[in-house]
Design a protein around this ligand. Sequence first.
Ligand code: ATP
Length: 630
Amino acid sequence: DAIVVPKTVVELINTKEGKQVPFLALCKVLEFIEATTKRLEITALTRDLLLQVMQVGQQQLTPTVMLCINKVAPDHEGIELGIGESILMKAIASATGRQIAKVKQDRQELGDLGMVVQQGKTNQRTMFKPQPLSISKVFNSFKEIALTSGSSSIQKKTGLITGLLAACSDIEAKYLIRSLEGRLRIGLAESTVQVALAQAALIYERGDKGEPEAEEFQQASENLKQVLSEFPIYANVIESIYEHGISDVANHCMLTPTLPVKPMLAKIEKAADDILRRFEGKPFTCEYKYDGERSQIHYVRKDDGSEECVIFSRNAENNTGKYPDIARSVKEFAKPSVTSFILDCEAVAWDLVTGKIRSFQTLSSRKKKVADESEITVGVCCFAFDLLFLNDEPLIRMPLRKRRELMREHFSAVPNKFQFAISKDLTEVEDIQGFLEQSITDNCEGLMIKSLDGDSSSYEPSKRSMNWLKLKKDYVDGLGDSLDLVVIGAYYGKGKRVGAYGSFLLACYDPDREEYQSICNIGTGFSDAALESHKAQLDLNKIESPKPYYTVSDKTKPDIWFEPIQVWEVKAADLSLSSVYQAAYGEVNADKGVSLRFPRFIRVRDDKSPEMATSSTQIAEMYENQKINH
Ligand code: ATP
């Protein structure tokens, strides 16, 4: 039978009308969600929770949604939870009156700090009954904790967390700690919360007019996802839902310069002759695929003459501090008639002397924050490939041909600073093949092939779309695309590598289960210098035991474990089924995972967070594709 939010929890929310929704109500629902793996059930539970909270009011709904997605602010604000284990252990020790050593020992035994504190709480007698926690109180405290910085920040954070723990009752401490760790691990993905919010909003809007149809639910979820990929601030989107209803929110929360758009991504194409088949006679363009860093340049000139320029990474991180030179040259490449824009570009390391593209490795030696432009040692040229917004108007629903025309009309190339991505609108396989070869000669990764006209050529934020294909030379005979994997452990080296790490344990990410699944042991592709620098970097993130959300079999246990922080790009000969590695376990074979054969290190992917690593579903797809192609 389907799990439903029990009446007692509903009452817990509703009896508080106009007041604060208790944190316990949320935790109870999270507990039900944790108990099931059925997606529909998880969605229904979340929807019911959000619907109840929605009736209490907007002030309560935003923090509830934010706690469900485990965030304190939109991604681009860069305010993150993910509190380190040592601070959490200190707070737990002080809230439960135990020694840190005992907390550590319990953590080893129980495997999860949430469980440790849960147990500690039940063993401890309290002198007086603390004030129950509300959702708003928890959310605001989380924000305060995340924002605390400076010299005594560890003490302050520990104090705030201890205070929250002391007020916890029932199962609250477990979810509180897990949230602070930055991972709830109950299988509640952000996309599910979005579907649940859309459904709740639709039911709320309908009132007594009857239950919405399945297609209406579907439409509402798609609308909301689209809105959030163009306008990534839940607080404003929720406010707009209350004011205009879910069906009209897209007309009020639109693309806005200075707010990052979730970038459109491409699917892999293995051979030039498949491209014609894919596009079925529809016109397409081929552009160089530059090997640098995605840069979304936003610009606004306000009525009072003041200006703002922000550059976002692929990850929606604010990268303006890394590229002050690009920000400064906006005036040179945007014509005077331009008052606002969003350009999609690739920033590439550039050799001023030869006027040629330099390698990605060169670009990655640029500092993350450039304090003074005189510090810049690596020149950068921006290659623009799309225009998403111009002079107060969103363009993403226009055909690419039109967007490209507008881009070329309103912007101009500036030597060594700004150029349009080189493109050719080709129709013959031999020409595509020739252009691919040329792109490689010109230090690019290959080609991007994009639909040019009609609906299929609109810009699709956040989608990995068939209307954008990437063709790289090594797809033709290798495994195809490289993988982006998270380093979760290391093995001590032998022989020449004694003292360093000899190899590393890598994992892919399963966003539904919020799990890192082991995929291979990698020891190839590193220079000695690289091995040394990896060791120095990784050692900053050593942990004593594996995270509960690492799935690793005993046979592949590493000597050292790491926090899931670094993402590495890796190539391999092919994928094979494995009884020890856990990637995509159960997805292609009931009791086997997938592993990489002959993995080789390519580079560190600083522009990807660990949650953006290759997913277990992508691994399963790659494995299946390989079967078809062989
Ligand atoms: P990859 O490792 O191949 O960059 P990815 O997952 O980061 O993978 P993809 O969708 O595979 O992204 O490829 C698109 C990326 O290629 C863009 O994010 C952008 O950074 C880069 N790029 C370079 N040139 C272009 C171009 N002309 N059009 C679109 N993207 C381009």
